[in-house]
Design a protein around this ligand. Structure first.
Ligand code: NI
Length: 269
């Protein structure tokens, strides 16, 4: 059994065949899909999907691209939406200095406001960081230092670095802070170097797997739309890189995702 910890099933790329996509995921052994919120409307759509499909859970948040849309009214709506029983995280939130679709100070303010929201609600966060490592790390250090008690006194997980793009030193620091590192489809690319290095060096107990579909399609489907069923290819790549059985990767990354998002184990009611 596998968990896709980051999907965008609400995106229009899935409008024509969403049901089939979810069925294919199930057939591939993907028992749970966490839909990440890219904005208020996307978050509302994600919650609606979680209400429709038992295996879908939702995170709610405003992506750094949409940071300029976050105002007090939107924040209040996110807060209300986050009370839903299938909302398991605040995200995706963070900073994106690659595309710069919202001004950087606006991105930092939106990130800060949503970090505070997560703190208030006691929810884990899904972090998007693209070419903004220094500012993301400074804000996370402050956030973790303000209240959470990471590994020293408790092992309560605080969030996940989605589609992680930092180096090994940064990975080790965020793990120490209580974060998981999520491995996306590019780990399967034949020319991948950085992600396999991380997969080899980091404890499996701190890794999650994701698709970020419809983007980041793994080999051999590269160039086509991504979908949650393909998270299996990510798990297979990790098994190959570490020289361990797929079953072990599936079991441990699924346990990790359940711990982070507070998901019950199968059989529990
Ligand atoms: Ni995403």
């Amino acid at each position: 059994m596998l968990i896709d910890t980051h999907a965008h099933l609400d995106f229009p790329q899935f409008d024509a065949d969403r049901q089939e996509v979810i069925t294919r995921a199930q057939e591939a052994g993907v028992e749970i899909i966490v839909n990440a919120g890219a904005g208020l409307e996307a978050s509302q759509a994600g919650v609606a999907l979680a209400e429709t499909y038992p295996q879908v859970y939702a995170a709610v948040g405003v992506h750094p691209h949409e940071a300029k849309t976050l105002n007090e009214g939107v924040l209040e709506k996110l807060r209300a939406l986050a009370q839903h029983q299938k909302v398991v995280a605040i995200g995706e939130i963070g900073l994106d200095y690659y595309r710069d679709q919202s001004p950087r100070p606006v991105q930092r303010r939106a990130f800060q406001q949503q970090l505070a929201l997560a703190r208030k609600l006691g929810k884990p966060i899904i972090v998007h960081d693209r070419e903004a490592h220094d500012d993301v790390m400074n804000m996370l250090r402050q956030w973790v230092g303000e209240g959470y008690q990471p590994s020293a006194t408790s092992h309560r997980p605080v969030g996940v670095m989605h589609c992680f793009s930092g180096d090994l030193a940064m990975a080790r620091e965020v793990i120490e802070m209580g974060f998981y590192i999520s491995i996306p489809g590019p780990v399967t690319f034949t020319n991948a170097r950085r992600l396999p290095e991380l997969v080899r060096a980091l404890p499996l107990e701190r890794l999650l797997i994701e698709t970020d579909c419809p983007y980041l399609t793994p080999h051999p489907h590269r160039g086509k739309r991504n979908e949650p069923a393909y998270v299996r290819l990510v798990a297979e790549a990790i098994a190959r890189i570490r020289g361990i059985p797929l079953e072990q990767v599936a079991r441990i990354t699924t346990t990790n995702a359940r711990a982070l998002f507070g998901l019950e184990s199968p059989g529990a009611t």
